[in-house]
Design a protein around this ligand. Structure first.
Ligand SMILES: Nc1ncnc2c1ncn2[C@@H]1O[C@H](COP(=O)(O)OP(=O)(O)O)[C@@H](O)[C@H]1O
Ligand SMILES: [Mg+2]
Length: 428
């Protein structure tokens, strides 16, 4: 049931109106003055107010102004009642916020239909307002959900990238480790035994300088002089090869610390070196690309509390981008230009207070300001479709900023090169 507050100093008017409206099923509250009306609305709010203009003390206009100034009552529709039919009064009524006016003497039908109309209008306006707020809320929720989804996707891909690739690498490293140690460890013995046998052969030759024809034939068949010379060289290169595999496996194991659940004190230089070792195949010259020089300017770094496996992932992403940029640049340069200004990546580490900084600077084509603004966004890439997906830097950002409370930023002079800086606190 709708409630209507009738405000009029004339008792006859009040009774006529309240009877008429009462019959229509409205609940009627009455107030004999503006002051009483203003008191009344403090306790309960009517759905509509019928307000007389000419009243002693506080007149209708002033009552209306006060109702409109109060946030509790400002939205209640007010209809003025006036005996005055001149335009100026009506205009003033509208100006201070009335929705309509009715003139005395009243036409009951008119009063009722106007009251009905304004109640309906007010109800609709309120519904619209609610719908609007709901829409705004929904929109805000939706944007948030979308943002969360993107974050989730990155986290998923990040953990996938770390775990599946990392797991495979560490699995392979683990499997190869034993057989390689076997070869690497025994090569020293093999080399020693071979030397001993060759030595023995030499002693035989000295003690029995004239071989029998059968021995002589065999010595010639196997070309003993070359064999002796080559065998030692061969063992030597096997040694170098085995040593290299041994190093790669060691790097790989440092690189892919996927099982790290707590931060450990780590040697950042060891992390960079193992990453470089894993990426070595991309730095060496190939048919279509000249080699890329890596210049290390390492400072004195303390052990840093971090997830080194994840930090290595950041190094990999940044180095891969630098290599991509340098290769892309070289495709546009002539051999002469490349020789004059060879591709290089400079890695510099420093410590400032309780922070360490690692800088990777390449002398590629650089990044325009427009692109720089977007490089940390997920799925942003300038590389051809299918080659890269644009997640490297957003994952790096998450690892450095969110997991390590650090900073990552990029400085670039288009045409000159790009420098990425990673800063992380030594302790957490
Ligand atoms: N060293 C760099 N030199 C030039 N552009 C770079 C460099 N590093 C990153 N970028 C730009 O940042 C973009 C986003 O990098 P990233 O998030 O790793 O995605 P992706 O390598 O998959 O494109 C790259 O597409 C490239 O345009
Ligand atoms: Mg990348």
């Amino acid at each position: 049931m709708n409630t209507i507050l009738l405000v009029d100093d004339n008792p006859a008017n009040l009774s006529v109106l309240s009877d008429a409206l009462d019959q229509e099923g409205f609940e009627i509250w009455v107030a004999k003055s503006g002051r009483v009306a203003l008191e009344r609305v403090k306790y309960a709010l009517p759905d509509l107010i019928l307000l007389d203009i000419m009243m002693p003390e506080i007149d209708g206009y002033e009552t209306c102004r006060q109702l409109k100034a109060n946030s509790q009552t400002q939205n209640i529709p007010i209809i003025f009642m006036t005996a005055l039919s001149d335009t100026a009064n009506k205009v003033e009524g509208f100006q201070i916020g009335a929705v309509d006016y009715i003139t005395k003497p009243f036409q009951q039908e008119e009063v009722i239909s106007r009251v009905r109309l304004h109640l309906k209008l007010h109800e609709l306006a309120e519904k619209l307002e609610q719908k609007n707020t709901l829409l705004e809320e929904n929109f805000a929720e939706l944007s948030l959900a979308y943002k969360n989804l993107k974050q989730m996707q990155i986290k998923l891909i990040q953990s996938e990238q770390l775990s599946s690739v990392g797991q495979m690498i560490s699995g392979i490293a683990h499997e190869i480790n034993n057989p390689v140690n076997f070869i690497y460890g025994n090569l020293a013995h093999a080399s020693e035994y071979t030397q001993n046998i060759l030595n023995l052969l030499r002693i035989y030759q000295e003690e029995y300088p004239i071989p029998t024809p059968r021995i002589q034939a065999e010595l010639e068949a196997i070309d003993i002089d070359f064999l002796q010379y080559d065998l030692l060289k061969l063992i030597n290169s096997m040694n170098i090869g085995a040593k290299r595999i041994h190093e790669i496996i060691k790097s790989t194991r440092i690189f892919s610390r996927i099982d790290e659940t707590v931060m450990k004190l780590s040697d950042i230089h060891e992390g960079i070196d193992s990453t470089l070792s894993v990426l070595n195949y991309r730095l060496k010259s190939k048919l279509e690309y000249p080699s890329i020089e890596v210049i290390k300017n390492y400072g004195q770094l303390p052990l840093v509390e971090c997830y080194l496996g994840q930090i290595n992932q950041v190094f990999t992403n940044i180095l891969n981008n630098a290599i991509d940029a340098l290769n892309y640049y070289n495709q546009q340069r002539s051999l002469e230009e490349i020789i004059k200004e060879p591709s290089k990546i400079e890695i510099c580490t420093t410590v400032i207070d309780n922070w360490i900084a690692i800088k990777f600077a390449d002398n590629g084509l650089g990044i325009s300001e427009e692109v720089q603004a977007k490089i940390f966004e997920p799925f942003f890439t300038t590389k051809s479709a299918g080659k890269e997906i644009g997640l490297g830097l957003s994952i790096s950002y998450q690892i450095v900023v969110e997991k390590h409370n650090g900073n990552i930023y990029c400085k670039s002079i288009p045409g000159k090169g790009t420098e990425f800086t990673i800063e992380i606190p030594v302790k957490h």
